[in-house]
Structure formats: C-alpha cells, structure tokens
Design a binder for this molecule. Structure first.
Ligand code: ADP
Ligand code: ZN
Ligand code: ZN
Length: 732
C-alpha cells in the first residue's frame, strides 16, 4: 500500500473536528497514536483516517513529529465505534478518545512494551507436587498464583501483595520459578485449548439459549437472556465464552458496577484458569495500562469490566456479554461524553460481526421493545437452576395497620414467624442513615443543607448531619438553632430500622448493608460472609443488596418504602421501582425453601403494584410500554436533554431560554422547558434542563448537529456549565 501523504488526527480539544498533518517519511495507518505540533505546543492524538490531500494549504499543513505505535492501538472496528459514538452523542471526537483510552496511553506510554512475566519451572512443579514449601506463606502464595498459569509482575503484586518480589527472588534462587519478558504485540488467533473445568450439565432452557447464541458466533446477533437471579444466566455466559475460546477468539464481559466484578471474575477464573484482564474505576493508571496490554496482546482472552471497558481492545473479539443490562450505571451520567455502554456494546458487536448477549432478570423497557420489534432475540430461563418455587408476593396496606418506626404489625409478625422457622430475613429500605429529617417540634425548623435544596440526613452512629447530594457534613445539634427547643429525627433510614429491629428482637443478630458500612474493598465480602455463615439473621439493606449476592437461607423479604417510585416526575421511575422489587424479591427463597415477599405501601391499589403482583415483570413491562406509547416517551420517541448549572437560578434558565429561542424554527422536534431541576440547587449551583423530543431519530440528530454549534456561541453559555445528554436515563 502506498504511503498516505496526509493523516486526519483526533486531538483532545472541544473542537468538533479532526486535524490534518503531513506524514512526511512516516508510514502511518489509522488507529496509531502520533505526536503532533498544535499551536505552540505538542499533543498526542490518534489517527482516525488517512487522506491523499488536505483542505489546509500546503504552507500551513504541519508534519507529524513522530508516530508512537507500530501497530494500531484501535483496530478498524473500534475506530468506527468511536466515530459513531462521537456522532450519536454529539461529542467532540478528541474528547471521546480521551474517555475511551487509559490516561497512560494519552500521555504517550508504550502499549507494546516488553513486560516482565514469571512462570513455574519443571523443578518448581515437582516441588509443589511434593508439598513444598512447607512454611513461607508468601512463597506459597506466589507459587499458587503461578500454578494457575504464568503471571505478569503486576498480576503477582495484585494477588500476592507488595512484598511478592522478595518471595519471588527466593523461589527463583531455588530454581522453582523464572522470569522472562514478552512484548505486547498482538498474538495470532489461536484456539485456547481445554482442559477447562467442566461446568454443570445445562438444563434444557440453558442449552437452548447457549446453542442459539453459539450458532451466531462469527456473525452479529443481539440476544436478550432473561432470567431471574439464580436461573443460570452466568452458566450460559460461561458456556458461550468457552465456545468463543475454542474458536480462537475471546469474550468482552461488561458489568454495571465495580462491586459485581470480583464475583464474576472468580467464576470465569475458576472455570477457565486463563489470564483475564479486569478493568474498572478502582484501578491506578498503571494498572489500567497493564490490563489494556493484556487485552490488546491477546494474552488475556477474557476482558471483564465496567462501563468504559466497552472500548477495551481485544486481539480477537468473539462475543460481548453485558450482565444486568437494565442497570442505569451503564449510562455515563456525568461529564461531557454521556454514553450508554450497553448500547455501544450492541453497536460494537454489530461492527465486529459478533453476537452480543444482554442478560437481566428485568430487561429495560427499551430492550423489551427491541425484542417486540424483532431487532433482538429473547432467550428465557424460567426456572431457577437449583430450586423451582418462586417467592410469594403480597402487599401490606400501611393505612390499615399500625407501625413502629416504619415496620407494620404484619411485617413484624412475619419476621417473627420466619425467625422461628430458622430462616433469614431481608428488610429493604432505600435510604441510609438514621432518619431523613431533623425537626424542631416547637418552631418547625428542619435541618437544611446550606448548598442544596435538600434536608440533611441524620447519621446517629457518627453523630453528624450529612447531605446525601453534596456530601456536606455538620455536627448533630442537641437543640434547635432557631429556638433552642429539643430536636427529633423524623422518618426512617437503615440505621433506625436496625435499631428498631434490635428492640423488637433482642439478641437476634442484624447485619446492615449500605454505603456507610460497606466502604472499602473487603467490607462487602465481610458483610456477605456474616449472612452466608448464618451468623446474621436479619439483613437491613439498601439497593446494594439487590446486586448479585446469593443468600440461600433467605426466606422473607420486606420492602419498606416502595411508594417513592410511584409518583415521580421521571417517566422511568416506575420501571426502576418494578426492577428493584423484582430484584429484591429474587433474594428470597433461593435455597430449598420457598420465599415470601411483603411490600409495604400506602397505595395498594396502584396499577403498577397490582399489575406486578398479578403478572410479574412481564405484566408490568406491557403496561409500561402502553403508557409510554400514549405519552410518546421513549422508546416511542427520541429524547435528548441539555442540562446546565450556574451560580444563579436566572443564569441557568437564561442560557436554556436563549437555546430554546434559537430552536423556534426547528422542524420535527419538540422542546420541553426549560425548567429548574426538581432539586434546583445542588452543591451551591443552580440546575435546570431543557428536553428535546422527536418521533424521528434522524430529525433529532440533524437538529442537534446545527443547534449545538449555535449554543456554544451564545454569550450566556459562558456563564453556565452545560452538557448534552442523548437518551438521558434520569430526568429531573
Ligand atoms: P444467574 O447468573 O442467573 O444468577 P447462575 O448461573 O449464577 O445464575 O446460577 C445460579 C446457581 O446455580 C449457581 O450456583 C450455579 O453454579 C448453579 N447452576 C446454574 N446452572 C446450573 C445447572 N445447569 N446445573 C446445576 N447447577 C447450576
Ligand atoms: Zn425550633
Ligand atoms: Zn447538599
């Protein structure tokens, strides 16, 4: 191929364009990083395309200073995905790349660097077999890691701790292990051979699902794997991954939250015993670079990670799996580039001609719509792999029953009954802290956050008032600062429920599960351990407990405050409520005992609740789709939101009002707002939003294309921080 004289480079600037450079004597392909002159500085960018000539005049066209890679960092498929994302989310391509790439690579780190690796020698293998070393736990740890396969220095540090190197040296002196170096260039595709551990034989539904997905390996297909927790979805992921590995390809596995990665990594590691790359927000820049190298070189055939892992390079992508696809965490809700990793996963699979599996007990209403339209194929697991009796759901009418600090009499009686039968109980309340409000009963003063339109939450354990929106904290006052009378906490949070349960059931151990208790790595495992060991009998938890943990002895779930989701201004609130109830209910009766689920509500006749009880999530989703069709909400229309914030409410509204004026002549789109956010003031800034709705995706995007450029040029834009959110997940 002749050398292209010009390259088009994406640079991290807010400008929505590529920058042309002469290649000079270099042979540069798309996907390679280059160092280029930019104004008076030098920058590192990514070549998006090559060209024969440029619109920039010859005198002005500067030359690339140097290419940083020999092989493209992004292959053609990923480049296409990034460009598509920049277009769809209307975000500058340079900033899209910034979000997609590890910082170390943006700063010029070598992706194909030589890397220090360690492996077991034949003598080492014999020594292990003979049970050596008998003492020296740190050496044992290093040996154990290497018995599973060769490891990089970084992996050894992660698995064996900071002191791994001295242990490794001691072992190397005895001739049991050795270091070697490899480079990170992509390796050719090779079928990774078994032996893998055999999984359990799949049941009929699992087999049918796995076979259907496997038959799509090598071509695009979007599959929705729907099944409650415990129905064996992960076993299907493992089987499909095995088939992908057997073809010499790998799997990209996405999870919505960092908390879910260790469990899934554990399952994959145990089954395949092959190197994996793990990517999540808890990594250091260097760790992230190493994980990319593992994925890029093909040494890690399985890449598992949260949101931005959707951009990870895989030497030979074979399948993409997105677990808990309905989870809002897949949508980036901050910063400028607000993408949905779930939707990008589907786009990536399409471009790469591989199947994508979207797994969930409660697929997003949009996803079910795609199934109904024939775009996605649904595969259902209706039975629990281990136990087939589903939980019984019932409502408790809060208007008809007395309650103690938020726990109704029937709920308390049910807890007593299940405790008596030796079961475990989950009390679900989506609010941490002791109470959401501190009130003066004399003058009506309520403790406010100084920087938000919000009340401060009482945290009795740490004796502080805390804002759950901006994090502000102040000491808990003894008396009302306004009139000096006594103050009292009003309403319930996890701390208070825990206290009430301790009073009602003295001596029964209670475990609390919320972000105040689970803070560091290991806290979650410790809390889970207290439940699975049977030590904790009652579990009080927030949303955190709905995620993936298996508590086989849990027989009763009590949902305390379901009503919050029933009357929200956000059209997705009912969907989130239904998903939460189904997910929480899924915690009950997972062993051999049937489960019972009680939902406390003041609105027992609400159609959402009665529908959910009568027909489950399917019934709910059908009602939700009908309602959305009538109201022309997504997926029956396309939405985008412009959100801004400013020091004053006026400035926040003024920018959006001017933005709306610019759009008066627009065709095929409808503008709603601007309105102040439901909580207008947060962390001292005033927030507002303007919605743009259209029945036609093309019309919406054509409109945004021109309108955004005009917005950026508005003088009032300089007084606000603003961002566009295409397909917003949360409205306020
Ligand atoms: P999900 O991902 O839907 O929550 P899992 O795949 O984790 O479900 O399965 C739940 C439990 O059932 C796991 O302990 C798993 O090992 C087990 N399991 C799944 N499928 C089978 C099967 N076909 N035979 C026996 N056990 C199974
Ligand atoms: Zn007072
Ligand atoms: Zn606040």
């Amino acid at each position: 191929m002749p050398r292209a004289p010009v390259v088009r480079v994406a640079l991290a600037t807010p400008l929505r364009q590529l920058f042309d450079y002469r290649t000079g004597e270099h042979d540069i392909q798309p996907g390679i990083r280059v160092r280029v002159p930019f104004g008076r500085q030098q920058r590192i960018g990514v070549v998006m395309a090559t060209a024969e000539d440029s619109d920039v005049t010859a005198e002005k066209l500067k030359a690339v200073l140097e290419p940083l890679d020999e092989q493209p960092v992004f292959d053609a498929g990923l480049l296409q995905l990034l460009q598509w994302a920049a277009g769809y989310y209307h975000h500058p391509i340079g900033e899209v790349l910034t979000a997609a790439m590890p910082k170390a690579l943006r700063l010029g780190a070598d992706l194909a660097a030589q890397e220090e690796r360690w492996r077991l020698t034949a003598e080492g293998r014999d020594a292990c077999a003979a049970g050596e070393p008998r003492r020296a736990p740190r050496q044992q740890a290093v040996l154990a890691a290497l018995r599973a396969g060769e490891c990089s220095a970084t992996q050894l540090r992660a698995q064996c701790g900071e002191t791994w190197r001295s242990a490794a040296r001691a072992l190397a002196e005895r001739g049991w292990i050795e270091a070697f170096a490899t480079d990170c260039a992509p390796t050719p595709a090779a079928a990774t051979p078994p032996p893998y551990l055999a999984g359990p034989p799949l049941n009929d539904e699992q087999s049918a699902a796995a076979e259907r997905i496997q038959s799509s390996l090598g071509q695009f297909g979007a599959f929705v794997l729907q099944g409650i927790t415990g129905s064996g979805k992960t076993e299907v992921y493992l089987r499909v991954t095995e088939a992908a590995l057997a073809r010499g390809t790998g799997a990209l596995v996405l999870v919505p939250e960092i908390g879910l990665t260790p469990q899934l990594v554990g399952r994959f590691r145990e089954r395949f015993g092959i190197p994996m790359a793990v990517l999540h927000s808890g990594l250091t820049d260097h760790e992230r670079l190493i994980a990319w190298r593992e994925a890029y070189s093909g040494r890690a055939r399985v890449v598992l990670g949260t949101r931005s892992a959707v951009f990870a390079p895989l030497a030979h992508l074979g399948v993409i799996i997105a677990d808990e696809e309905h989870d809002a965490s897949y949508k980036q809700q901050e910063g400028g580039f607000r993408y949905s990793a779930r939707d990008l996963a589907v786009m990536r699979a399409r471009g790469a001609a591989v199947p994508v599996v979207l797994g969930s007990a409660t697929p997003a209403v949009e996803t079910l719509h795609n199934v109904a339209q024939g775009r996605y194929t649904r595969l259902t697991l209706t039975r629990r792999a281990v136990q087939t009796v589903g939980p019984r759901l019932a409502l408790i009418d809060l208007r008809a029953h007395a309650h103690t600090a938020g726990l109704s009499t029937p709920a308390v009686q049910a807890i007593e009954r299940h405790l008596g039968a030796g079961g475990q109980i989950l009390v679900f309340i989506n609010r941490r802290g002791y109470a959401p409000t501190l009130l003066c009963t004399a003058c009506g003063w309520v403790a406010p956050c100084k920087d938000c339109d919000a009340r401060l939450t009482v945290h009795l354990h740490s004796r502080v008032l805390r804002c759950h929106h901006c994090g502000a904290e102040e000491p808990l006052p003894e008396r009302c600062p306004q009139c000096g009378f006594a103050v009292k906490p009003v309403g319930q949070g996890t701390e208070r429920i825990e206290e009430t349960l301790a009073q009602l059931f003295p001596g029964v151990p209670c475990v609390r599960f919320d972000r105040d208790v689970v803070r560091r790595r290991g806290d979650l495992e410790a809390a889970v351990q207290r439940i699975t060991s049977g030590e904790g009998r009652i579990l009080v938890g927030t949303q955190m407990v709905t995620k993936g943990h298996d508590f086989p002895n849990l027989t009763l779930v009590v949902v305390l405050n379901a009503d919050q989701g029933l009357f929200s201004t956000d059209f997705r609130a009912p969907e989130r409520l239904a998903q939460t109830i189904v997910q929480v209910a899924g915690r009950a009766g997972r062993g051999t005992r049937p489960g019972e689920v009680l939902i406390q509500t003041e609105f027992p006749d609400h159609p959402l609740l009665t529908g959910l009880l009568a027909e489950g999530y399917e019934g709910f989703a059908r009602t939700a789709l009908t309602e959305r069709r009538e109201a022309a909400w997504p997926p029956f229309s396309r939405l985008a939101a412009v959100r801004d914030s400013a020091h004053t409410a006026e400035a926040a509204l003024q920018f959006l009002t001017e933005a709306r004026t610019l759009a008066e002549q627009a065709h095929g789109v409808r503008l709603l707002g601007p309105v102040p956010a439901a909580m207008a003031r947060r962390a001292g800034r005033h927030h507002a939003q303007l919605l743009i709705e259209s029945a036609d995706r093309g019309a919406l995007h054509r409109f945004l294309e021109t309108w955004l450029v005009q917005l950026a040029a508005l003088p009032s834009a300089r007084r606000v921080r603003w961002a566009l959110d295409v397909d917003p997940m949360e409205l306020f």
